[in-house]
Write a protein that binds this ligand. Structure first.
Ligand code: DC
Length: 225
């Protein structure tokens, strides 16, 4: 059994899971975990030792031998370590970005990460975001939300974020990358991206972050009555 206040937020890349999840966790006074960071960390560790992202066997062994550890910080951010080595600064490296969808298909990687995500949920209230939280990791979560938006809207938001950071990536490049990731995440064999049968699907086109967070808070309040 997981702790009583568990909130699962799933959805495709750039659907706003992280920003909304963090906001919700702050309002509820609980931890927030973006599980994508754990898949990114193991991808970084695999690339460091030159494991081919398609070699599911070696990836599974790595995930077993070098556990991914999440440390929650005071400011709501997390540090992620693999086998004791800090991966936090490498999670958005372009080579990690490129390989992570492939690495996250390895059964051994998924088994190891799902087990540690469940252990983290047992430690107390948590908002967890990912692709398979409502369907697999926390199938008994109190609230399950599937956040989505059209791929063009998600590309527009992600492009604006990158532009604000001075990144030169074009809108077309962002759009193509999201289309590629949507395809891999939803067509893979293990835990493909899809809403849980009992998830509330929220289409966020035309909504800002505060509106989405308010909507989710209302869902949580209703479930806690
Ligand atoms: O959310 P993100 O872009 O940081 O996720 C990185 C990759 O990890 C993405 O390709 C899907 C995968 N992932 C997953 O398979 N299951 C999760 N719970 C979270 C992420």
């Amino acid at each position: 059994m997981t702790a009583s206040l568990t909130i699962a937020i799933d959805g495709p890349a750039a659907s706003g899971k992280t920003v909304v999840g963090r906001m919700l966790a702050r309002q509820l006074g609980c931890r927030f975990l973006d599980t994508g960071l754990m898949y990114r960390a193991i991808t970084w560790a695999a690339l460091e030792v030159c494991i081919n992202p398609r070699d599911a066997k070696k990836l599974g062994r790595l995930a077993q031998e070098q556990p991914v550890e999440v440390r929650f910080q005071e400011d709501g951010q997390v540090a992620v370590l693999v086998g004791g080595r800090d991966a936090t600064l490498h999670l958005r490296d372009p080579r990690v970005e490129q390989a992570v969808s492939q690495v996250s298909q390895a059964a051994g990687v998924r088994d190891a990460l799902v087990a540690s995500q469940r252990r983290l949920a047992q430690d107390g209230p948590i908002v967890m975001a990912g692709r398979d939280i409502g369907t697999v990791v926390l199938a008994d979560a109190l609230v399950k939300v599937f956040l989505t938006a059209s791929v063009r809207e998600r590309a527009r938001r992600r492009h604006a974020e990158l532009e604000a950071q001075g990144d030169q990536t074009t809108y077309e490049e962002v759009l193509a990358d999201l289309q590629r990731r949507d395809k891999v995440d939803s067509e893979r064999k293990l835990s493909p991206l899809r809403p849980a049968a009992d998830a509330q699907v929220v289409v966020t086109d035309g909504m800002d972050v505060e509106q989405v967070a308010r909507f989710l808070m209302a869902l949580v309040a209703r479930r806690r009555l």
